[in-house]
Design a protein around this ligand. Structure first.
Ligand code: PGA
Length: 261
């Protein structure tokens, strides 16, 4: 587990985008796991810039999004379909058939969830999964209490998540969907490499619990401790509750000289 701390949101976003771009350059048909929310917006902005200015090529890239609200049509401004289109897909050269996002309005959720898991496997599995973290320690919509072996399924959102996300719905808690379709913790842990981004004070407790606390379904991000290749990209505020912060800074500052593994 690697922890990288950056002086600003911008620097954090650019460093994470570099990881994504390096993978795409090394493996043009890479399979990416994508996240929504306010956290990865800077990362997507940087990928768009790299596409436009440096020719970063998405023509063979395949993507799978983590989650979607149940009941929101694709063109709803708060749907994750809409978010991904606005922040990334409409600005790059990814073929539409390479994009996978859980369906918020399917007539058969159980069948869809099975198909989504199967489709990830057919595409060779996820090479790089991008994650944010909720203030309650969730990854994707795996709320506290989710099985650490869970697969793609319907989840009831925690009140905290609904309140946190009300800001995207004009502050109206009653407009936030109660259910979401989400990859499970077990699905996420099968990605070959995982990067989790977090910025801001309100993430500091969840970040510390995920990195330094026990592995527990009460903080589903703590399951990442079981994964062999996870990097946390944090700004100073999100890192501020880490007890081991001096050690993480020490490792980071010595990284350029470290033997390559
Ligand atoms: P945020 O959400 O990026 O909007 O803070 C993260 C999450 O809930 O996973």
């Amino acid at each position: 587990m690697e922890v990288l701390i950056f002086p600003s949101y911008d620097e954090m976003s650019k460093a994470a985008a570099r990881v994504v771009a390096d993978l795409i350059n090394a493996k043009p048909n890479a399979v990416l796991g994508l996240a929504t929310g306010s956290t990865p917006i800077g990362l997507y902005r940087e990928l768009v810039r790299m596409h436009k200015e440096e020719g970063l090529d998405f023509s063979q890239v395949v993507t799978f999004n983590l989650d979607e609200y149940v009941g929101l049509p694709k063109d709803h401004p708060q749907s994750y379909h809409y978010f991904m289109h606005e922040h990334l897909f409409k600005h790059i050269n990814i073929p539409p058939q390479n994009i996978h996002i859980p369906a918020g309005t399917t007539s058969n959720y159980a069948a869809f969830c099975r198909w989504y898991e199967e489709r990830i496997k057919q595409c060779g599995g996820i090479d790089l999964q991008i994650l944010g973290i909720g203030a309650d320690g969730h990854i994707a919509f795996n709320e506290p209490g989710s099985s650490l072996g869970s697969r793609t399924r319907i989840k009831t959102l925690a009140r905290q998540t609904i309140e946190d996300n009300a800001r995207f719905f004009g502050g109206r808690v009653e407009d936030v969907p109660i259910y979401a379709i989400t990859m499970g913790v077990g699905t996420i842990l099968e990605a070959r490499k995982i990067i989790l981004l977090a910025n801001g004070r309100n993430k500091a407790k969840a970040v510390a619990a995920a990195i330094e606390g026990p592995v527990t379904s009460m903080i589903t991000a703590s399951a990442l401790q079981l994964h062999p290749d996870v990097t946390f990209f944090l700004d100073e505020e999100a890192a501020s509750e880490l007890k081991m912060i001096d050690y993480f800074r020490w490792v980071q500052s010595n990284k350029p000289k470290a033997p390559k593994t």
